[in-house]
Design a protein around this ligand. Structure first.
Ligand SMILES: [Zn+2]
Length: 293
């Protein structure tokens, strides 16, 4: 072994020993370890848990949650966690396998979208559109589901979780009113989207998603998909094409140019640690208002 190979070997060894997901050994005493799939769920878990919990994010910021596969070095977090908070509607296609592999008999798994009315959409796969959290009223349900899971896992601190959840739900109700008031002032209610991320939001606030460019998550749109989106954008006089930083905006720009619309880079997932669901929703709303008012 040369010195260089030896050094590389040592680095590899260190990477194996220090997994990305932190284990209970790094958790302050008395804290509950929670694994959360995507940023909004991670944030809700933090809001409900406060100082009582340590939340680990499983799908890293910037990656597309539709295609991200949980890594072996994240399993240590799952094997030690008290709660696994998921969005559900099969967004976490890797979950069942990962839960099996974690061999964690006390793990409480909460699929926070369970109980919500799911929009069936063929191109999101057979189980429907998973982007429920972009409707703050749905987010309230998700926060309540997380609260209930925390209480089940840690009943001694039930009242704390209840108070935290109630306080946050209050803020979500305020956000809902803000969005309602802002969208009422939009003169254009139609948009074309790269991917049907804002479908629940549109349904809640009376916007119309005229077309989707991407045929299915992670699949490149064909010239035919793009032509259809252009046609729909023109027919509905859509001023905005919704795109996302986690997905290539190329096709969205082509449609926008042809339909004389504007590409809005809306972040539906966010990037912790500097991420706040309510701030993120306000930023997205502001971008929408600039194009649709
Ligand atoms: Zn999607």
């Amino acid at each position: 072994m040369t010195m260089a190979t030896q050094a590389r070997f040592m680095i590899a060894l260190v990477l194996i020993i220090l997994p990305v997901g932190c284990g209970k050994s790094e958790i302050a005493p008395g804290k509950m370890l929670v694994a959360a799939s995507i940023a909004p769920i991670y944030h809700f878990a933090q809001q409900v848990g406060g100082d009582r919990v340590e939340v680990v994010l499983l799908v890293p910021p910037g990656s597309n949650p539709h295609t991200y596969q949980i890594q072996p070095n994240q399993m240590s977090a799952l094997s030690k966690a008290s709660v696994l908070a998921l969005n559900g509607v099969d967004l976490e296609f890797w979950a069942d396998k990962a839960i099996d592999a974690a061999h964690n008999t006390t793990l409480i798994v909460v699929r926070t979208a369970d109980g919500l009315s799911i929009i069936e959409e063929s191109h999101e796969g057979e189980h429907g559109n998973p982007h429920v959290w972009l409707d703050p009223i749905n987010a309230i349900h998700q926060v309540q589901s997380i609260r209930d899971a925390f209480i089940k896992s840690d009943p001694a601190h039930a009242s704390e979780y209840e108070i935290n959840a109630e306080r946050y739900i209050e803020r979500l109700r305020k956000l809902d009113s803000e969005i309602r008031a802002e969208v009422a002032g939009f003169s254009h209610k139609s948009f074309v989207t790269f991917h049907p991320t804002w479908t629940y939001f549109a349904q809640r606030y009376g916007l119309t998603q005229a077309a989707e460019i991407e045929p299915s998550p992670g699949k490149e749109p064909s010239p035919r998909d793009i032509a259809h989106a252009i046609k729909m954008a023109r027919e509905t006089n859509s001023r905005a094409i919704f795109a996302e930083p986690q997905m290539s905006p190329k096709a969205a720009h082509v449609v926008a140019e042809e339909a004389n619309a504007k590409v809005l880079l809306l972040d539906a997932f966010g990037a912790p640690p500097d991420y706040d669901y309510i701030d993120n929703m306000r930023t997205n709303l502001k971008l929408m208002a600039e194009a649709l008012k």
